[in-house]
Design a protein around this ligand. Structure first.
Ligand SMILES: [Zn+2]
Ligand SMILES: [Zn+2]
Length: 452
């Protein structure tokens, strides 16, 4: 049907507006930020609940920390030379003159909390589950946001390689149960002592004739301060140069070597596929010994696509003013995991099972079904309604939209008869039932449904 050519003219142009035009302003999200809308949120629920269930099974307990923290906490821990701190941190001076930062990662806050609440007095290990938003003023690109979310698991007070292996197992199971095939990339970067010798060897290697000129400007700067970082630079020329670089596994002290061997033995035992990746060093200052990343098996196997990462940080608690406490942990990027889940078309759990829709016709019926709705809801039925709508057609459309199995319909006639109509939404067949026996009738029908 063609639309009417003329829409009713509004002759009275000076009709009063609630907000004068010059005061109106529309707003958009900040760059690199996103809203998570209804359908998308179902993926968030899936990923979060999977992590929470799994973490609980392994004895992790949930905690939360503030979004705003002292900026120098990250400068000192994450690293003054790290990209996160130098380029990406949202840091500013607050109204009290204090330099604060929107947390760019979770671990420093969790270590702070461990120390601040005297958790070393509790039975060890302390196993933490944390999830929430983080902020990095990164270059916005596909799949990366300036506000993003992580799930973090941290374990304090456990030195044994079993802890490292258990964390990796947990991460691996998380992906396996979401039907995402992953591979663990793993390396050891040793302890303070053995790393020092290795760093010197690495600097010497890069200073050999002609090599420095080939490195990217960032790596040239990093060479003196943080030579290990040169190994995981993504620039093509740097990747080329590193081919013959000395490998840290050859320089690990006996304790570090022993620890790493045990971790790998456990992974073998648990049948977890891993790749010994000698270039993996992680970009943060605080790691010691085991470092790992979780890569998807398919697609570009580049670091860009790591779905999760973690490692051991045995010196960090002491460095932040606590007692010497071994610790390790890992983080999963929620947005990246969700995009994998979507890519794989993994079916989401049907939340809306056995939906009963309640429809009404007329004011009297509407008043009556308000009570019925509450009664059925409290009895555990999965009820829906559209009481603001008057027409039965519109209500039944809504019933279809929410995937209702049955609709209960109450009109003037039914009120007089003490009955109600029950409509099978699939077949469209309607029957009259006794208003007082609605509950029994629903139970009977849903039971038959489930037996099918
Ligand atoms: Zn060592
Ligand atoms: Zn480089």
């Amino acid at each position: 049907m063609p639309r009417p050519a003329k829409i009713k003219k509004n002759n009275n142009k000076k009709e009063k507006e609630a907000v004068p035009a010059k005061k109106r302003k529309s707003f958009s999200r900040l760059r690199g930020m996103k809203d998570v809308l209804f359908d998308e949120y179902r993926y968030w629920d899936l990923v979060k609940s999977k992590a929470i269930d799994l973490a609980r099974t392994y004895g992790f307990k949930r905690l939360d920390t503030p979004i705003l923290e002292p900026a120098d906490m990250y400068e000192r821990t994450t690293g003054e030379t790290s990209d996160i701190v130098t380029k990406e941190m949202y840091a500013f001076v607050d109204k009290g003159g204090e330099k604060v930062a929107l947390r760019p990662e979770a671990t420093p806050s969790l270590v702070r909390a461990y120390i601040e609440h005297g958790m070393f007095n509790f039975p060890q290990p302390i196993k933490m589950l944390w999830l929430g938003p983080l902020f990095r003023h990164d270059k916005p690109q596909a799949g990366r946001y300036r506000q993003f979310s992580q799930i973090d698991l941290e374990m304090f007070g456990e030195e044994s390689p079993v802890a490292d292996a258990q964390l990796i197992l947990l991460a691996y199971n998380f992906f396996k149960e979401l039907q995402i095939d992953v591979q663990v990339q793993i390396n050891s970067i040793g302890c303070k002592e053995c790393r020092k010798e290795y760093s010197n060897k690495l600097i010497a290697f890069y200073k050999e004739r002609g090599k420095r000129a080939k490195l990217c400007p960032d790596c040239n700067k990093r060479l003196a301060k943080n030579p290990l970082r040169l190994l995981d630079c993504k620039e093509e020329k740097c990747v080329e140069v590193r081919t013959d670089a000395p490998q840290i596994v050859d320089y690990l002290c006996d304790d570090c070597k022993n620890h790493f061997t045990k971790v790998l033995e456990y992974l073998d035992e648990l049948d977890i596929p891993y790749n010994l990746n000698t270039y993996l060093v992680r970009g943060l200052d605080y790691y010691t010994r085991t470092v790992f990343e979780i890569w998807p098996m398919d697609g570009e196997e580049s670091r860009q696509t790591a779905l999760g990462a973690g490692g051991r940080y045995d010196d960090l608690v002491e460095f932040m003013g606590g007692r010497p406490t071994p610790a390790c942990g890992f983080a999963l990027g929620v947005e990246r995991v969700i995009s994998k889940v979507k890519e794989k078309n993994i079916p989401l759990k049907q939340e809306d099972e056995n939906v009963i829709f309640i429809a009404q016709l007329g004011d009297q019926a509407r008043r009556k079904v308000f009570g019925l709705f509450e009664e059925l809801r409290r009895s555990g039925f999965n009820v829906r309604q559209a009481f603001t709508k008057d027409s039965l057609k519109a209500q039944l459309e809504e019933a279809n939209r929410v995937g209702a199995k049955f609709s209960l319909i109450l009109g003037q006639k039914e009120i007089l008869d003490g009955t109600m109509l029950i409509r099978d939404m699939e077949s469209g067949i309607q029957e009259v039932i006794d208003y007082k026996k609605i509950r029994q009738e629903l139970e009977k029908r849903l039971n038959n449904e489930n037996k099918k």
